[in-house]
Design a protein around this ligand. Structure first.
Ligand code: A3P
Length: 308
């Protein structure tokens, strides 16, 4: 299939993965024009895997000495305005695309990343999440988007069963889910010093541990003094779902998600919990995702520890 209507947009297949047109064009431009600095950090993920949270945490870690507790830009700007998406934003100024904070986010699969990312040696943090929560989150997210000029959701809304079916077949933005995760996983085995693999569920359970790990990985470890002064905890509190989702800037206000596709900033914040899939997927759907995951990941050495 060369293209398919999904999530209210047409998806096109490129190098085995599915993209809406705008990020696909951005991906192609990035191949030619993106020139990362060696100390840039690339935040990579599938949509709905915790990208917003990862952007906020890494931004807060890197900028911690520039801002006080009450002056951090995250208090007045969406994490998505603090850290740009490479493939969405490079189109506006390809030759001069840069990020002010050495952080760039992307949903591009590992094998289609601009070669400059690999050759520059810059680091990559990859966040992934239980596919059951990803599909549920993705489906809710799509309900919040409308084509520009249309006030409410249209009849184009997919029902969850349909969306689930396509997801299982590997048709979702930047999917297949499994191939995306496996691409980064294999690369992280080859270069563990360059790619940090983080699971949303682990970040939820052991936030302090992973925030410190990310800071070390990015080359900005917390000093003992900072730890004693509660800097790590302050960053965690600033970036918590409860805090970010309660900030005015993240509650409403229009946002263009893709060209021609609009919604509100609050679409990035729904529940922020582990296991909400239980409220939406049938046991049969859960078993199916479990089985696909087992089959796709067998022999990769990666275990997602998801339940059936
Ligand atoms: P849910 O829909 O399950 O609530 P992404 O940022 O990759 O688009 O992922 C969005 C998912 O991450 C949503 O999941 C959203 O609620 C959750 N999320 C957003 N900010 C978060 C935060 N600060 N902490 C934990 N989860 C967060």
């Amino acid at each position: 299939r060369s293209n398919i209507r999904h999530w209210k947009v047409d998806l096109y297949q490129y190098e085995g993965f599915w993209f809406p047109l705008q990020p696909l064009e951005g991906l192609l431009l990035a191949q030619d024009y993106f020139k990362p600095q060696p100390n840039d950090v690339i935040l990579s993920s599938l949509p709905k895997s915790g990208t917003t949270w990862l952007k906020a945490l890494t931004f807060a870690i890197l900028t911690r000495s520039s801002f006080g507790e009450s002056t951090n830009p995250l208090l007045s700007r969406s994490p998505h305005d603090c850290v740009p998406f490479l493939e969405l934003e490079i189109g506006s100024n390809p030759q001069n695309f840069n990020s002010n904070v050495s952080l760039v986010a992307t949903h591009i699969p590992y094998t289609s990343l601009p070669k400059s990312i690999i050759s520059s040696g810059c680091k990559i943090i990859y966040i992934f999440r239980d596919p059951k929560d990803v599909i549920v989150s993705l489906w809710h997210f799509s309900q919040k988007l409308s084509p520009e000029g249309v006030q409410t959701s249209t009849t184009e809304d997919l029902d969850l069963k349909e969306a689930f079916e396509l997801f299982c077949e590997g048709v979702s933005i930047a999917g297949s889910y499994w191939n995306h995760v496996l691409g980064y996983w294999r690369a992280s085995l080859e270069s563990p010093e360059r790619i940090l693999f983080i699971k949303y569920e682990n970040l939820k359970n052991e936030t302090i541990y992973y925030v410190k790990k990310m800071a070390e990985f990015m080359g900005y470890p917390f000093s003992l003094e900072e730890e004693v002064n509660g800097v790590v905890q302050n960053i965690i509190n600033l970036c918590s779902f409860e805090n970010l989702s309660s900030l005015e800037v993240n509650q409403s206000g229009p946002r263009q998600f893709l060209s021609g596709m609009v919604g509100e900033n609050n679409a990035f914040f729904r529940k922020g919990r582990v296991g909400d899939w239980k409220n939406h997927l049938t046991p049969e759907m859960a078993t199916r995702l479990y089985q696909i995951t087992e089959q796709k990941l067998s022999s990769s050495g990666l275990t997602l520890h998801i339940s059936a």
